[in-house]
Design a protein around this ligand. Structure first.
Ligand code: HEM
Length: 216
């Protein structure tokens, strides 16, 4: 197969376009939804990143997933600051996952517990996306809802400890290219990456149902 980093990007390209152009994302980024929709989305991310990060330390020495576990990527603390800003100090009390979020987080935890390669698929799908398109989302969110630049509300998108995201992404792709997996396992990881995109699509659909575009 091609370099694994290329194979996984190419294989998920179509679903990436679907995610970007989903009704919820395009309404959100088009400024057609209120800050409550953005907040509800941020809450869903909290469940997803708890699943990715609660399980990370146990995988640190794993030969497949271990190299991907990097402290500078961790997002839960940032999400919690954003949620405290968005919902107030009692943010935990009202937090609830959508059904699609529950399924997504459960699948991440299942992979983390039994299949490190699958965990890498979920890790790639979220963190490499956050380092890329996440920056576009941050910019839109700051403009649409008036958050301070890189401040409370959008800290999730700010990787304070990654000075050069482009260089970081290059080194991440090198990790993918040298992953301790044979071709069959790489194929399985690619399949799981597509599932990860499906889970994100399902969350967007449920959010879209809950927050229909404001009538023009
Ligand atoms: C409107 C929403 C989004 C925008 C504007 C966006 C934009 C982008 C852009 C511009 C890149 C290319 C970066 C580069 O070439 O280095 C990228 C990469 C990526 N995005 Fe997104 N994205 C969005 C949503 C998503 C979602 C929902 C996911 C999955 C949960 C995702 C996952 C990824 C991944 C995994 C990559 C890395 C591809 C690779 O180089 O291997 N993106 N995104």
């Amino acid at each position: 197969m091609d370099a694994f980093s290329t194979a996984i990007r190419v294989a998920s390209h179509e679903q990436h376009t679907e995610a970007e152009t989903s009704t919820f994302m395009s309404d959100l980024l088009g400024g057609r939804l209120g800050v409550d929709a953005y907040t509800r989305y941020t809450e869903q991310l909290w469940f997803v990143y708890r699943a990715l990060e609660d399980t990370a330390s146990a995988l640190r020495t794993d030969p497949v997933a271990g190299p991907f576990i990097r402290p500078e990527l961790m997002r839960v603390a940032e999400l919690e600051r954003d949620l405290a800003h968005l919902r107030g100090p009692a943010w935990r009390e009202t937090l609830s996952p959508l059904p699609a979020t529950t399924a997504y987080a459960a699948r991440i935890r299942e992979c983390a517990a039994g299949w490190p390669g699958g965990y890498v698929a979920h890790h790639y799908t979220r963190y490499l996306g956050d380092l890329s398109g996440g920056q576009i989302i941050r910019d839109k969110a700051e403009r649409t809802w008036g958050f301070a630049r890189k401040g409370d509300g959008v800290r999730f998108y700010v990787f304070e400890q990654i000075a050069n995201p482009a260089a970081f992404k290059r080194s991440y792709r090198e990790l993918l290219d040298t992953i301790a997996a044979d071709d069959l396992e790489k194929q399985r990881i690619i399949t799981e990456c597509k599932r990860a995109f499906d889970f994100n699509g399902a969350v967007f659909r449920e959010l879209g149902d809950q927050f229909p575009r404001t009538a023009a």
